[in-house]
Design a binder for this molecule. Structure first.
Ligand SMILES: [Zn+2]
Length: 414
């Protein structure tokens, strides 16, 4: 008989919602009083277990159940939310982890064959300072300190100053990296935040990795001219060239297989109703799980922009805004995840993750990593309407627990 109780996880999620949510949704933005209260609530839950609990130099909270071996299985999530967030994003992962710790503790009378740890990453969402994955990127070592030092919230308070208020010394945040020393595998459960599982009518999925991202600004340079006196064949219309990109990116994404492309913003100069557009700046966000395919999508977009510029007698320039490599997860852990899902609900879908998650950081740090997704109703997240059927929530806790069992055996063999 397994002492795992997925219903208890659902009850605790509702308890947390009542404690930290309001009519507009979850209010657990990192480093705010609501987040501090959330952490206190989580610590109270952990106090019932024989685990060692501490926060590291970056403000991540760790709970450790010591095992016969030092090698650790790590389960992760984040208790912080965006403002007016959903009731499941991030905290489902942590609370499922708490339930799994309870089960393992009971089964092994406080001493499992390998060490099992739970981490609540600090400021996954980046809602306040615009930098997501703060705690996990500090821990993995990938955090850009120069960039992070400059970040300010909307009131002008700097990230280092906000961290100091909750007892975190900015210059030391990368000391948190020592926490990963004996971690042999990392597991993260998350709501999908998209409609793929919903459209397939499947409850759970094994995640193949997180997409690589290429983010660029593309500027077309033409000539401003009077909208009445300039014949159509004499125009150097920067907007016309930019607009052609709009349908082209759908073709580029289609040819790439699983990739996605988005033109998220468009600004024109002079931007008045009586002038041909002199300058048009669009942003392009391209994502793919496969690095060569992502590079191909980027090359195709560049070639298309040059073709459209030439056709319209305008010039084009590109500027890279941001980039991250694809992070494919560990193939063996993906198999274990798929098996755990199939055993729980009979069928498993494998899918990449469009959004980044803390798992991208552990993966980047070289730790074998995998994620499990549970279906999102409406395919919507970062919104108070975010939801998942209770039956699916129960299944995901059960399947994630099965994965933990398999991963413990996997860690023990290494
Ligand atoms: Zn999340």
């Amino acid at each position: 008989m397994t002492p795992l109780d997925p219903r208890r996880t659902i009850v605790e999620l509702k308890e947390l919602r009542a404690l930290t949510g309001d009519a507009d949704g979850a209010q657990r933005v990192a480093f705010t009083p609501g987040w501090v209260a959330t952490r206190a609530w989580l610590r109270a839950k952990l106090a019932a277990l024989p685990v060692e609990v501490h926060t590291d130099a970056a403000g991540n909270l760790w709970a450790t159940l010591r095992g016969a071996r030092e090698q650790a299985l790590l389960i992760g999530g984040h208790m912080d939310s965006v403002p007016n967030g959903g009731w499941l994003d991030g905290c489902l992962n942590v609370l499922a982890g708490v339930e799994i710790l309870r089960r393992i503790n009971e089964q092994y009378h406080g001493r499992p064959p390998v060490t099992v740890r739970l981490v609540d990453w600090a400021d996954e969402e980046g809602a306040r300072f615009g930098k997501s994955l703060f705690g996990s990127s500090a821990c993995s070592g990938s955090l850009n300190m120069e960039e992070a030092r400059q970040l300010k919230d909307k009131d002008g308070l700097s990230l280092p100053a906000a961290l100091a208020k909750v007892g975190i010394e900015f210059e030391r945040v990368k000391d948190s990296g020592r926490e990963l020393k004996n971690v042999s595998a990392y597991l993260e459960l998350h709501i999908e935040q998209g409609p793929v599982l919903l459209d397939l009518d499947l409850p759970l999925g094994a995640v193949l990795g997180t997409f690589g991202v290429e983010r660029h600004a593309i500027t077309f340079h033409g000539q401003a001219a009077h909208s009445g006196s300039t014949p159509m064949n004499r125009r150097q219309d920067a907007f016309l060239a930019a607009a052609k990109m709009s349908s082209e990116i759908y073709e580029i994404a289609r040819r790439s297989g699983n990739g996605v492309c988005t033109i998220g913003s468009c600004t024109t100069k002079p931007g008045i109703v009586t002038s041909v557009v002199e300058e048009c700046r669009i942003t392009l966000d391209q994502r793919h799980l496969d690095a060569p395919a992502l590079a191909r999508m980027l090359a195709e977009a560049k070639a298309a922009s040059e073709r459209f510029a030439q056709e319209g007698c305008v010039r084009v320039s590109w500027e890279r805004l941001w980039q991250i490599e694809p992070r494919p997860f560990n193939p063996e852990l993906i198999e274990l995840c798929a098996a755990a899902i199939t055993e729980t609900c009979g069928v498993c879908h494998r899918l990449p993750s469009g959004p980044l998650h803390d798992a991208a950081e552990t993966c980047g740090a070289g730790i074998p990593t995998v994620m499990m997704f549970v279906q999102s109703l409406h395919g919507i997240s970062h919104n108070k309407i975010e939801d998942t059927k209770e039956e699916h929530l129960a299944w995901c806790v059960t399947a994630f627990d099965q994965l933990a069992t398999k991963a413990m055996a996997w860690v023990a063999q290494r």
